[in-house]
Design a protein around this ligand. Structure first.
Ligand code: G
Ligand code: G
Ligand code: NA
Ligand code: MN
Length: 251
């Protein structure tokens, strides 16, 4: 309840912030893109994890505004870096299911891209399977429209939760993000290793790109490379960091 009240106030004085985490090519460890991650500090200045406040914001309807801010602010920031450093990178933005389902989502997004001179091909939307739950057909149609415009779509947290293989085959997504849970267990747990290997092999055959999340050790990186995972994200190669720190990396 406390957080809920503070969230309302945060919305009016916009005390949100963005961090950015780099994504790298698994083979050469060349920068592939940057994921924008929302950050929020409560009134006492203590950071509150998105894992905690996003579900609350989804429930009380404020996630659409917060997410809208994330979209415009990350694209605006990315456009500055693009000009300054002549970049050829992908910007990944997490989209909540409520945000994704909003009428006019695609049109607004295209408007923002145009405003800041970012090509649709430079943008990847990270959605979780939850966008598919309420109305599968409408959600997939929206994906197709986005994809037709050139916007990339990644399925986040893949391999956990209710992940089902049955719907994957017809899905107009570009990328599967292998969940940290799979990365964590890849060398520790026999069955998790088998699952990760199978998911990557299947994704490749189905034409999806793969990004492994939460890569923390060199051994995990080596194994993922062996399995043919395309991209790597995690503390080993780069933590979520401020815009200033990302600029150091882009220079
Ligand atoms: O980076 P961090 O550990 O704080 O992220 C925790 C979770 O919050 C992750 O699952 C991430 O996808 C999600 N998240 C981070 N930023 C955003 C955002 O801007 N929008 C949405 N919808 N989710 C986000
Ligand atoms: O689900 P999503 O990919 O959006 O999650 C991103 C979240 O994972 C962020 O909260 C980010 O801080 C966290 N994260 C990114 N890399 C690592 C990592 O190597 N280890 C751990 N523990 N968390 C990570
Ligand atoms: Na994500
Ligand atoms: Mn994830």
């Amino acid at each position: 309840l406390h957080i809920e009240k503070e969230l309302q106030e945060a919305l009016t004085d916009f005390s949100f912030d963005l961090n950015f985490q780099p994504q790298y090519d698994a083979k050469e460890q060349k920068l592939r893109g940057i994921e924008a991650l929302v950050r929020w500090k409560g009134q006492d200045g203590i950071p509150i994890s998105p894992l905690e406040f996003i579900p609350i914001a989804e429930k009380n309807g404020s996630m659409v505004s917060i997410g809208g801010w994330v979209v415009e602010e990350s694209i605006r920031t990315f456009s500055i870096w693009k000009k300054k450093y002549d970049l050829n990178l992908i910007l990944s933005i997490n989209i909540s299911s409520g945000q994704y389902r909003e009428d006019g989502f695609t049109e607004r997004l295209l408007g923002i891209l145009k405003k800041y001179g970012i090509n649709p091909e430079e943008l990847e939307l990270e959605v979780t399977e939850s966008v598919l739950f309420e109305d599968f057909r409408t959600a997939v149609e929206k994906m197709s429209v986005l994809k037709d415009y050139g916007i990339r779509i990644a399925l986040d947290d893949f391999g956990t939760g209710y992940s089902s293989l049955s719907y994957l085959k017809g899905l107009p997504v570009n990328t599967l993000k292998i969940d940290k849970e799979l990365t964590d267990g890849i060398l520790k747990d026999l069955n998790t290793g088998i699952m990760t290997e199978s998911v990557i092999a299947m994704a490749k055959k189905m034409g999806f790109e793969t990004i492994a999340e939460g890569v923390e050790t060199k051994e995990q990186l080596i194994r993922l490379k062996e399995l043919g995972c395309d991209y790597i994200q995690g503390y080993l190669l780069g933590r979520p960091m401020s815009g200033e720190d990302i600029e150091q990396l882009l220079k």
